[in-house]
Design a protein around this ligand. Structure first.
Ligand SMILES: [Zn+2]
Length: 302
């Protein structure tokens, strides 16, 4: 199990969902143990690591901030790179927000396909969960539990005839992410549009990059899946979990959660170093090995 980066640089461009700014985005290969690192090329290549310690305010999208340099709406791109199995990559952008493109992760998957994968001569490191960590808040909850693979279960419940209760449960790997989640798009309720605009959000939002739900239907159908909403929430969840900074070996259960709870879980998990360890062994590839092989104490904090 070796670390991966991309094989060649690729680029795209587009507008940000919330700020409406136009951003050029380029993905570049990175050396072993770099992780996923954003670089603001408009600010002397200022680097912001895709890591829980750089999470900024989080509301309708996940933003990172380091030394007051902000970077918005990271979740769809991170969901794609993380699920694709990319350990190391530079993401160069020349503005404040990642382009929303069609509102899903599919354009980023196509970009990664175009870039190709390169294996590096360094063992992949996993963050293996050893004990449960949970965050509960007014009927919403999220938890992460020990498991030998990266497994997510995501439940949503919106009082709308096209949504209602939807649940996605899967082992996350490049194939399952591509097939089940990558094409599911962002959505919003028509009744939320004016309040969100009044808050200075969704300035780049349009019928081309978000599903808009009316009182009892959808303004810009057809849907890509009957349960596209639940699938998109699972996509968002994975994009936020990428902020753990390493591939996860653990099972995550989210119930009516969102970016705030997702990122709180990441912070709480990273802060409790007794809840995980770093291992280079992938038990899914090595299931005949005794369990105590992974019982060494964590060697790297944060
Ligand atoms: Zn999203």
């Amino acid at each position: 199990m070796l670390q991966c980066t991309i094989n060649r640089s690729v680029e795209t461009q587009g507008i940000g969902l919330h700020t409406g700014v136009h951003t050029n985005l380029r993905l570049l290969p990175a050396p072993p143990d770099t992780g996923i690192v954003f670089r603001r090329v408009d600010l002397d290549n200022f680097a912001i690591e895709a890591h829980g310690h750089n999470v900024a305010r989080v509301s309708y999208a996940t933003s990172l901030m380091k030394q007051s340099v902000l970077l918005s709406t990271t979740e769809h791109l991170l969901a794609a790179t993380y699920s694709y199995g990319i350990d190391n990559i530079f993401i160069d952008i020349d503005n404040i927000e990642i382009p929303i493109l069609d509102g899903s992760a599919e354009p980023f998957m196509q970009l990664l396909d175009q870039a190709g994968i390169r294996r590096l001569r360094r063992k992949r490191r996993f963050l293996k969960v050893r004990k449960p960590v949970e965050v509960v808040e007014d009927g919403r909850r999220i938890g992460i539990y020990p498991a030998n693979e990266f497994h997510v279960r995501c439940y949503v419940d919106f009082p709308h005839p096209l949504v209602g209760q939807q649940e996605v449960e899967m082992v996350v790997n490049p194939e399952s992410f591509r097939q089940v989640l990558s094409r599911a798009r962002t959505f919003c309720f028509e009744s939320d549009i004016e309040p969100l605009r009044a808050m200075g959000l969704i300035r780049g939002g349009s019928l081309d990059n978000a599903i808009v739900l009316t009182k009892d239907g959808v303004m810009n159908g057809p849907l890509r899946f009957p349960d596209e909403f639940g699938r998109h929430k699972a996509l968002d969840l994975i994009g936020d979990l990428a902020l753990v900074g390493l591939p996860l070996l653990g099972r995550v259960e989210a119930r009516k959660a969102g970016h705030s709870l997702h990122t709180q879980l990441v912070s709480r998990l990273l802060a409790d170093t007794s809840a995980w360890e770093i291992t280079t062994a992938d038990p899914a590839q090595d299931s005949h090995q005794p369990a105590d092989r992974f019982a060494e104490p964590a060697t790297a904090a944060d």
